[in-house]
Design a binder for this molecule. Structure first.
Ligand code: ADP
Ligand code: MG
Length: 725
């Protein structure tokens, strides 16, 4: 412990800036931003006019790709990449592990005459074939075929990754089985984007605001992470292997003082952040905001929102770069949802909206009654979706890591409710009560039939405890884990909302058919119906309070506390029906996902439990025994000197050592079971039996940390890890 601490302190005190930091006097924003991206601008310059136009049509309006353009695009891409110094190209894809996967191929190809050329053509651009057998498929490939392939995602740009160890071209791709089954995170997202475009366009058509534009879903993910000195990281096998500490007593000073939040950023961290930003600027990731977070050692980086598919790729890049740059600065970046017990965990707030180029966010309350009716109806459809499929939203963020946030005493709770803010909630209440002319102070908020005035929104009224909160012109889904891909949440949101918008359209059309009712009246009627049936999902109070748990139960809102509770939702009849109806995920695909996510959960808990037992046995126990020996020796010497020693401490250590050994044996006994009838049953067992047994070991270890001599304690403490930076 001592040497590690000294090394870490030296690393902090001797820290010198590594590179010259980015400055905009020498490198203009225009020069650096997107400089490693095969961007629209680059393509415009390099591609034949008709090819460029055809590609843009596919990107902007979702038209099917004209396959004849792949040849010229590949040629331009190759020329550009080689000029940038690339030697290899890689199809980048996003398997269900949530990670980013790459398969590298060299541009170099022998010419058959002893020489070589740089080779890259349409075929190599459009399709790649990674060795898919090592990626989880949940039985899909076994059932249908043996291989999968990667398919060029035309909608996101290719880019160059340059680093001191080599430079290569990256091509974003979807990962699909030969029968067309999705094996990745991107494929369903592309499908869900199509679904929401279709349903939202129909919806806008009712209001006469469908201008022939695409409706896109947007995402602005706020990424939280922890940083700690690398010396500590390597001295904590639990952190290295599991990404979280399995042991560690609560520090004397935690986050109670809140003095870290928005405080000055430590200089090494500041340099690190700037380097992260420099790398991300080059890749065209519009990172904008950086600050300290609530917990000591915790930080956040947020980009400007982008269309969902691009934002998802970009968030994967953000996670990769956060981790790789940390090494360079002598630190480790932790993306785990709960690296430290009793200290705030890390999430990813997913800011979500739908927009069209001319209308902007469809969640922006407008300036005219007409716009406002569209906004209110869309919001009502969202309320309906979150109530109807709240359990699905919970399921898509289920993971071993995220369980330590959701369902534990932390933000946000596992109960999916919606926060609307006082003003907006009031309007919906009025509509529900049929009091459509209800007025509030000074003519504000008059929800008259044809006289909806501008809605003043109290977006400043921020509820921090709600998992799904309206924040002025978007919803913020706060239950996503820091380590998770944001794709799953967006796939769910887009599909749920497609279903809800179609419901709303059906109802409105029924009411307005043959001019029976005016559009406004019809909308109000539909909203009223939605509020009656689904309005109980709205909750503007404190989501952390115990009272809410009881209240939510009364309202019949599900409270799926653990991954084992939540994942089976993927196989619920209504969920399957919805995904199939919108051709986002088939029953087989859902089944394979359900299977894989369970396996992942089980694997993580298995690894954690092995690590827990091992560290307790081989690191903690020996240290405590040494201290016990020291105390016993001292007691013997004192006694030999004729003084009666006080042995309470020795007794205490001895008791704790016995408890520790017993708890380890109990854990190992539980870990022996391996005959489960399903992955689901195994997950339940691990949640209910193994995790509590691990916690029991931890409790004793943490108590020992409070009594064993500091110079004998082998693991860096929370105090050290969180505060030396
Ligand atoms: P806060 O911490 O107050 O929530 P941040 O600035 O950290 O705000 O993050 C807000 C995120 O929401 C940013 O990524 C921002 O680009 C994004 N955002 C803003 N407007 C929209 C919108 N209409 N749709 C989606 N995301 C949005
Ligand atoms: Mg924020």
């Amino acid at each position: 412990g001592y040497q590690t601490r000294q090394n870490a302190i030296n690393a902090v005190t001797n820290y010198k800036p590594i590179d010259k930091p980015l400055n905009f006097a020498e490198t203009s924003p225009a020069e650096i931003y997107g400089s490693n991206v095969f961007s629209d601008k680059v393509m415009k310059n390099m591609l034949p006019k008709d090819v460029y136009k055809s590609l843009m049509a596919t990107k902007k309006s979702g038209e099917a790709i004209d396959s004849s353009i792949a040849g010229p695009v590949a040629a331009a891409m190759k020329e550009w990449a080689l000029a940038k110094g690339a030697t290899h190209y890689t199809h980048v894809f996003y398997p269900l592990t949530g990670l980013t996967a790459e398969k590298h191929d060299g541009f170099l190809a022998p010419d058959g005459e002893g020489g070589a050329i740089a080779e890259f053509d349409a075929k190599l651009l459009i399709q790649g074939e990674p060795d898919a057998s090592s990626f989880p498929s949940g039985g899909l490939r076994a059932t249908f075929e043996a291989r999968g392939y990667t398919a060029w995602d035309v909608t996101n740009p290719a880019y160059i990754l340059e680093n001191p160890n080599g430079t290569f071209l990256c091509i974003p791709t979807a990962f699909i089985s030969w029968k067309g089954h999705a094996l990745d995170k991107k494929t369903p997202l592309l499908r869900a984007n199509q679904a929401i475009n279709k349903s939202a366009t129909r919806f806008l058509g009712l209001f006469g605001t469908d201008n022939g534009e695409m409706v896109v879903s947007n995402a602005g993910p706020e990424q939280e992470y922890f940083l700690l000195d690398r010396n500590f990281y390597f001295a904590r096998p639990d952190l290295m292997v599991c990404g979280r500490t399995l042991f560690g007593a609560k520090p004397a000073k935690g986050q109670e003082l809140d003095d870290h939040y928005f405080g000055a950023i430590p200089r090494r961290v500041l340099a690190y952040m700037l380097e992260v930003e420099r790398e991300l600027y080059k890749l065209g990731v519009p990172v904008k905001t950086r600050h300290n977070e609530v917990a000591p050692g915790q930080f956040e980086i947020a980009p400007i929102f982008e269309q969902a598919n691009l934002a998802t790729d970009h968030n994967q890049m953000v996670m990769t770069i956060l981790k790789s740059v940390a090494k360079k600065y002598g630190m480790a970046c932790l993306l785990h949802e709960k690296p430290f017990a009793n200290i705030n965990g890390s999430g990813k707030h997913l800011n979500y909206s739908l927009s069209t180029p001319s209308q902007g966010s469809l969640y922006s309350p407008g300036d005219t009654p007409h716009e406002n009716m569209q906004f209110l109806t869309l919001t009502a459809a969202t309320i309906r979706a979150v109530e109807k499929y709240g359990k699905l939203l919970r399921a898509v963020v289920a993971s071993a890591g995220n369980d330590h946030r959701l369902g534990a005493n932390e933000a946000p709770p596992a109960i999916l409710s919606i926060f609307l803010g006082g003003e907006l909630a009031e309007i919906f209440n009025q509509i529900e009560l049929g009091d459509l002319k209800g007025t509030k102070a000074k003519g504000m908020l008059r929800v008259g039939v044809d006289t909806l005035p501008p809605l003043p929104m109290d977006s400043g009224d921020r509820n921090r405890t709600s998992p799904f909160a309206f924040t002025g012109n978007r919803f913020e889904f706060r239950a996503v884990g820091s380590n998770q891909s944001i794709a799953g949440a967006q796939v769910a949101l887009n599909t749920m909302l497609s279903e809800s918008l179609d419901y709303v359209c059906d109802e409105i059309e029924k009411l307005t058919k043959g001019k029976k009712a005016k559009l406004n009246e019809a909308c109000q009627k539909v909203i009223q119906g939605i509020m009656k049936k689904h309005g109980h999902v709205i909750f503007n109070g404190d989501g952390y309070a115990d009272a809410w748990q009881k209240e939510a139960k009364k309202r019949g809102l599900p409270n799926l506390k653990t991954t084992a509770d939540a994942l089976p939702v993927l196989m619920d009849k209504d969920v399957i029906e919805m995904f199939e109806k919108y051709s986002v995920l088939s029953k087989d695909e859902l089944h394979s996902r359900c299977e894989i996510y369970h396996e992942q959960y089980n694997q993580i808990i298995l690894t954690e439990s092995l690590m827990c037992a091992k560290v307790a046995k081989t690191i903690i126990l020996p240290a405590a025994i040494r201290y016990q020996g020291e105390l016993a020796d001292t007691a013997a010497s004192i006694k030999a000197a004729g003084i009666e020693p006080r042995t309470t401490l020795l007794q205490d250590i001895t008791d704790k050592l016995r408890d520790l050994q017993e708890s380890i044996v109990a854990l190992e006994k539980l870990m022996e079971k391996d005959n489960f009838k399903s992955v689901e049953a195994e997950a339940v067992y691990k949640t209910k039996k193994v995790l509590p047994a691990m916690l029991a070991v931890r409790e004793i270890v943490d108590a020992l940390e409070g009594v064993v001599a500091d110079d004998l304690w082998p693991l860096p403490s929370y105090q050290e890890m969180l505060f030396i930076k």
